[in-house]
Design a protein around this ligand. Structure first.
Ligand code: SAH
Ligand code: SF4
Length: 403
């Protein structure tokens, strides 16, 4: 564990001794349904066709504008309807198991999803809130674990358990707003938002859970609810080429590409998916990303690994490679995790690398690591669902390099 871990406050706020609270199977969870699906559910529950649109609007407002967790506060509905809906439907979000606060204000939540089998605790994911001057970014997960096995990533050591549902993806934002006290009824000024941006940079590969990610981001950006513009939502992918253009067309968020290397040989080792979709194909898909312009650039993420991808030659190749693509470059100091087979590049090396990138016209390219003391930084997220598979793959934690 990192030396600084003891500085973090860890609050165990799970219900003591209780079994895992799961939405009663008899009650359907409405979180994550789009308006049409919500209408269909209400119709099935016996709401008259002429009332459906109005009821959908009232419930939508209750869930996504006011952040209500049950029907009792939905005073636009009659008392009888509130009671009837309350027995048939739930509005459950993921449950906070633990919350950690970093010395730098970053907050990380371990969240338990609904159980898939009665009596068995639901799987867990992490979400991270990073406050900054004038903005706040929430990093959310799309899968429990990941099918991909990027060798520098903690999540990559954990097998895919399952995809998150649309409701569980939206639910991460709802839980963060609960914990931050950000709903309108909390007395905060609604212009004074705490979560202003979302990055899909938590656990999992979002483009391998395409439909649920699209549905969730449509709800998150809905102007009559959570209202976070797609321009403020960034989807990060390790390079699932066939889904990239489709993501632009159907999701329309900002795009980040986990590039991390400038030649196929190195990228094959770091991001094994590169063997299937090599760099040239990946960049071609980027060039074709709908809506690409200087005002709407693709972010290329590049993790700085000592002696692996951090030479001046690499920096020059990076700049050459991205020529002609409206791009931002984000150099990420490698965040080590227990048993990780790499080291972060030295600071002077990162600075020299950044200089080359800077001189090519890319602004402030180094991302400051946040929440390091609570292992909240990029690529360190790993649920407790499947523990310590890292050590299976990397038997010698002391090894500093994979190659
Ligand atoms: N699966 C997606 C999104 C989740 S990972 C993807 O790979 O893009 C989010 C970002 O964190 C990616 O750029 C990923 O490469 C990076 N990352 C993973 N492990 C890291 C680590 N240990 N240190 C720094 N960045 C890491
Ligand atoms: Fe999966 Fe992204 Fe980690 Fe690769 S970097 S293992 S794609 S979460």
């Amino acid at each position: 564990m990192p030396v600084l871990t003891f500085m973090a406050q860890s609050l165990d706020i799970a219900h003591k001794g209780s079994s895992v609270p799961v939405a009663t199977p008899a009650r359907k969870n409405l979180l994550g349904l789009d308006r049409e699906e919500l209408g269909a559910v209400l119709a099935e529950a016996g709401v008259a066709p002429r009332e459906i649109k109005m009821r959908v609007g009232q419930i939508w407002n209750g869930i996504y504008t006011r952040g209500l967790q049950d029907f009792s506060g939905m005073t636009a509905l009659s008392k009888d309807l509130r009671a009837a809906f309350g027995t048939q439907f739930s509005l459950s979000r993921p449950e906070i198991v633990t919350e950690q606060k970093s010395v730098d204000g970053t907050r990380k939540w371990l969240l338990r999803l609904a159980s898939d089998k009665p009596g068995i605790p639901g799987p867990e994911v992490e979400a991270v809130y990073i406050p900054e001057e004038g903005r706040g970014t929430l990093c959310i997960s799309s899968q429990v674990g990941c099918t991909l096995t990027c060798t520098f990533c903690h999540t990559g050591t954990q097998k895919l358990v399952r995809n998150l549902t649309a409701g569980e993806i939206v639910g991460q934002l709802m839980v963060a707003r609960d914990a931050l006290g950000e709903w309108p009824n909390s007395g905060r000024n609604s212009d004074d938002r705490m979560v202003t941006n979302i990055v899909m940079m938590g656990m999992g590969e979002p483009l391998y859970n395409f439909d649920n990610v699209r549905a969730a981001l449509d709800i998150i950006s809905d102007g009559e609810g959570l209202s976070l513009s797609k321009r403020r939502i960034t989807l990060s992918t390790s390079g699932v080429v066939p889904e990239i253009v489709r993501a632009g067309e159907e999701i329309g968020s900002m795009l980040a590409i986990s590039l991390h290397a400038v030649n196929d040989e190195t990228r094959n080792k770091l991001v094994p998916l590169n063997k299937k979709y090599p760099i040239a194909e990946l960049l071609e898909a980027c060039r074709n990303y709908p809506g690409l312009s200087n005002a709407r650039r693709i972010t290329f993420e590049y993790v700085m690994l000592k002696g692996v991808n951090d030479s001046i030659e690499d920096a020059k190749s990076l700049v050459r490679l991205l020529k002609g693509i409206p791009a931002k470059i984000n150099l990420i100091p490698f965040n080590p995790w227990p048993g990780s087979p790499y080291e972060c590049s030295d600071w002077p090396t990162i600075e020299k690398f950044a200089d080359v990138v800077n001189r090519a016209g890319y602004a402030s390219p180094v991302r400051t690591p946040r929440g390091r003391d609570i292992m909240a930084a990029c690529g360190q997220l790993k649920s407790e669902t499947v523990k310590a598979r890292a050590s299976e793959r990397f038997k010698q934690p002391e090894t500093s390099q994979a190659h």
